[in-house]
Write a protein that binds this ligand. Structure first.
Ligand SMILES: NC(=O)c1ccc[n+]([C@@H]2O[C@H](COP(=O)([O-])OP(=O)(O)OC[C@H]3O[C@@H](n4cnc5c(N)ncnc54)[C@H](OP(=O)(O)O)[C@@H]3O)[C@@H](O)[C@H]2O)c1
Length: 248
């Protein structure tokens, strides 16, 4: 077994061309107990402390979001590669180099994998909204859930995962790693609780070299656009090492 930028790959005959990809995590704030996350493309609350936690966790990592969530934020999240899912090409790509357009979930995962590998991150984040959480739920190994104690509210988007439920007669797939309560304050509309869930049996994704290299036509441009993001890894070395290490 060898390590490159913290990622394992197995050099046995069968696994020679397989590399373990970074892990998907997600972050969501939802009303308790109704699981509402948004209304008319906006958040139903203002929780400054929770936004600060979100920023601290995601900074420097790739984030995947839906086109509607991107529009609700209004601009790219700074110091993160923003991967936006939309079936139509985004017209803001020239304006914001940190934005990557993904026309399908596979391309979004590919961009997140590449960014994480060359940035030395073991994880990237799925940050909503409802459609995008639903697309990627099966890949998430770690989920930060903020339960907002706001009572019953109207909403049109939900995060409907039940972390306590298991298949009939089986225990939950999830364990609680950490939980913390926060009070209502002048800058937090409601009290809330943040729970970190970990998947009991993490799902590992692998790629083979040929698939990864041939996946996106503008991969060269993607590497080049990473200049502003790479501080601790030399871009070209990382790119070369990553692929060449598979041959060793
Ligand atoms: N509370 C929270 O933590 C939180 C976090 C994030 C968002 N939100 C809220 O969630 C709401 C938005 O959620 P939403 O579900 O309506 O929208 P969304 O998930 O943010 O974005 C949906 C869009 O993603 C694109 N998309 C979806 N599936 C795709 C696929 N398979 N391939 C390519 N593109 C795909 C489509 O864009 P096109 O139509 O352009 O093709 C679709 O309209 C807002 O109210 C927002 O404020 C809450």
């Amino acid at each position: 077994m060898c390590l490159f930028l913290g990622f394992e790959y197995k050099a046995s005959e069968k696994m020679a061309d397989r590399v373990r990809m970074p892990s998907a995590a997600s972050i969501v704030a939802r009303s308790y107990p109704d699981k509402i996350i948004g209304i008319e493309n906006t958040l139903p609350w203002h929780l400054r402390t929770d936004l600060q936690l979100f920023k601290k966790r995601t900074l420097g990592h790739a984030v995947i979001m839906g086109r509607k969530t991107f529009e609700s934020i209004g601009k790219p999240l700074p110091n993160r590669v923003n991967i936006i899912l939309s079936r139509s090409k985004l017209d803001i790509l020239d304006e914001y180099p940190s934005v990557k357009w993904a026309a399908d979930p596979e391309t979004a995962l590919y961009f997140a994998d590449v960014d994480s590998i060359i940035s030395g991150n073991k994880e990237f984040f799925i940050i909503g909204g409802e459609q995008i959480y639903n697309l990627f739920n099966k890949f998430m190994n770690r989920v930060f859930v903020t339960d907002v104690f706001c009572g019953n509210i109207n909403g049109d988007a939900k995060f409907d995962v039940d972390f306590a439920a298991g298949d009939v007669g089986k225990r939950s797939e999830w364990i609680i790693k950490r939980e913390e309560e926060y009070p209502k304050t002048v800058s937090d509309d409601y009290p809330f609780r943040v729970t970190e869930y970990r998947r009991r049996m993490p799902l590992h994704r692998y790629r083979v070299k040929e698939e990864a290299m041939g996946r996106v036509p503008d991969v060269e441009a993607f590497w080049l656009s990473k200049d502003m993001h790479l501080t601790h890894v030399d871009q070209n070395d990382a790119q070369l090492n990553f692929w060449e290490s598979l041959d060793q």
